[in-house]
Design a protein around this ligand. Structure first.
Ligand code: TPP
Length: 296
């Protein structure tokens, strides 16, 4: 195995991770309130907790040493959630949030609607055309095996995206090649772009489909930091032989009541007035979550 080592971020408490996820959502809403084009805000809000826990807890990455061969590799297969990844990475020290807000979506900006690893060093994989991230992640995990490197490759997919046949070819290839260094997270928000899961594509029985391909399957509430941390801490060693999928039950638009489960908010722009409404809704939702936790 590789001699090079790299440590992950300092260990944070669940409360600190929750605070970071809240801040990430606030920053997302601010961008959605100031940028004039559409932001994929629904699917950003559904992965905010997952990306927080990955960049602030699970991934061994160091913003000051982005080419270290020992680093874990992250592939955002649902590339339309790029801005959520940019901001999560900015909060970890990779980029500057102000620069994201100032340049997002503009010609020649490194911060495009979909991520580009050439424009933005620190991003491991260019994505946006759905169904390609996991096949690329399989190649990266296989390459790590050949090079005798012991890092992980972590890939985040949308559940709608897993309707693509290429995903299942990759799932089969990963198990055939015994890639225990590969971990998929699925954002199971049960919504696609213009429909709810099940209306046009039947996903159930969903976890069983992954099990049928002989992956290890973990099911969590994708908005519960404690469960996300526990799932990451329990991952098998990268030199094990079976890939893992963490199926995260989530809500599209999570945290903003008028966006939650609302097909109209797959992508959109808030405008300054609705931004205040959205920030207030976020605060209210957090208050309700805190009260629920305290009374449990
Ligand atoms: C190959 C391909 N087809 C279509 C699209 C357009 N598209 C962008 S997001 C999206 C919905 C995907 O649903 P899901 O993966 O569940 O993402 P989420 O609902 O979490 O945003 C679609 C069809 C695309 N980016 N790539």
């Amino acid at each position: 195995m590789s001699e090079t080592t790299l440590t992950g971020p300092d260990r944070k408490t669940i409360g600190e991770l929750e605070d970071l996820a809240y801040e990430l959502r606030q920053k997302l809403l601010h961008l959605c309130g100031t940028y004039e084009g559409a932001v994929h805000i629904g699917g950003d809000l559904s992965v905010a907790d997952i990306l927080t826990v990955l960049f602030h807890h699970g991934l061994r990455v160091d913003p000051s040493d982005i080419a270290n061969p020992a680093r874990d590799r992250f592939v955002l297969s649902k590339g339309h959630a790029a801005v959520c990844m940019y901001i999560a990475m900015a909060m970890r020290g990779f980029f500057t949030y102000d620069e994201i807000v100032r340049t997002y979506g503009q010609l020649d900006s490194a911060y495009g609607m979909h991520p580009c690893k050439v424009q933005l060093p620190g991003v491991e994989c260019s994505t946006g055309s759905l169904g390609h991230g996991l096949p690329l992640a399989v190649g990266m995990a296989l390459s790590a095996r050949h090079r005798r490197e012991d890092h992980r490759v972590v890939c985040l997919l949308g559940d709608g995206e897993t309707g693509e046949g290429s995903v299942w070819e990759a799932v089969m290839a990963a198990r055939s090649n015994e890639l225990g260094n590969l971990v998929a997270f699925v954002d199971r928000n049960r919504q696609l772009m213009t429909s709810h899961a099940g209306e046009r594509v039947v996903f159930e029985p969903y976890p069983e489909k992954w099990r049928a391909f002989d992956w290890d399957v973990v099911e969590v509430d994708g908005h519960d930091m404690g469960q996300l941390v526990a799932a990451l801490d329990a991952l098998p060693a990268p030199d094990s032989h079976r890939p893992t999928v963490v199926i995260c039950e989530t809500v599209k638009g999570k945290g903003v009541d008028f966006m939650e489960r609302n097909l109209a908010w797959h992508a959109g722009s808030l405008g300054r007035e609705d931004l205040q409404k959205a920030l207030l809704a976020l605060e209210t939702s957090r208050g309700a979550a805190t009260r629920e936790k305290e009374s449990a």
